[in-house]
Design a protein around this ligand. Structure first.
Ligand code: HEM
Length: 236
């Protein structure tokens, strides 16, 4: 009798080829991205500190050459998570579309909420926002940015953010992107639980409420910054 040994790599590839494999990749990378968005929100909210230099000191700490390895490791992990999330989402979308029978009109099973239907375009717009955002505040290629000149790269984050949001078009784009991010996070977080098989009439409504609360928290926290600048409450 001969036994067929399936190599673990082949098993992983076969798992990924099925929709559940792509959903697992989206869920795992989604957890990393949600974690980053929360950590980043906590960093951003330091702009409200009574110590005006607090957010700049935080940025100087992140950019300190002594932390370069950790910073680049985190950036690489984040970039890999973004790429895998987008690739799995696109493949899943194409797979679902190919499997959809002709004349198929309305989907009644999984959450057909507004947020669910907008995933397909809220995702690409949030991705475009991230590219614009990095060009704006990290690379300084959209608007002029300042440096406080402590070590080779210590951005004057407080000035860069406030000067950027004094431009209503920039502030408006950020607010628009945050609203889309909110819908994307709401649907994404609760779909993650569905992918993990957590689907119970008792818990699902709570999971939906918790997902909405987290998504709204991120949107309100981030939107408050351009709004505070536009209304003159936050000045340099
Ligand atoms: C009003 C909202 C936001 C503000 C004020 C803000 C602020 C900033 C600032 C100042 C930087 C540059 C930091 C530095 O060079 O030290 C930055 C980088 C970045 N932000 Fe945001 N951010 C906001 C929202 C977001 C959101 C919603 C996302 C993701 C969906 C995001 C993703 C990133 C990424 C990926 C970087 C690059 C990090 C790096 O250079 O390593 N940001 N943000």
């Amino acid at each position: 009798m001969s036994t067929v040994v399936v190599h673990p790599i082949h098993r992983a590839v076969r798992f990924y080829e099925a929709p559940i494999g792509k959903k697992a990749v989206m869920a795992a990378t989604g957890v990393i991205l949600v974690g980053y968005v929360f950590a980043h929100l906590l960093g951003n909210l330091q702009i409200y500190s009574s110590d005006a230099q607090q957010i700049n000191r935080y940025a100087a700490f992140l950019h300190n050459p002594a932390n370069a390895v950790a910073l680049w490791a985190a950036r690489s992990a984040l970039l890999a998570a973004v790429v895998l999330h987008i690739v799995a989402a696109t493949q899943l979308w194409l797979q679902n579309r190919a499997a959809r029978p002709q004349g198929y009109v309305k989907k009644k099973d999984v959450p057909a909420s507004y947020a669910a239907r907008t995933m397909v375009w809220s995702g690409p717009i949030v991705a475009a926002f991230i590219v614009f955002h990095i060009m704006h505040l990290t690379m300084g290629s959209v608007l002029p940015v300042r440096d406080i000149g402590l070590n080779p790269n210590t951005p004057d984050v407080r000035w860069n953010v406030i000067a950027g949001f004094q431009n209503p078009a920039v502030a408006g784009f950020y607010i628009f992107a945050m609203i889309l991010l909110c819908m994307h996070l709401y649907h994404g977080i609760w779909s993650l639980f569905q992918s993990l098989g957590v689907n119970h009439p008792r818990y699902t409504p709570w999971i939906q409420k918790a997902s909405a609360a987290l998504a709204i928290l991120v949107a309100v926290g981030n939107c408050s910054i351009p709004i505070a600048v536009l209304s003159g409450l936050l000045t340099y």
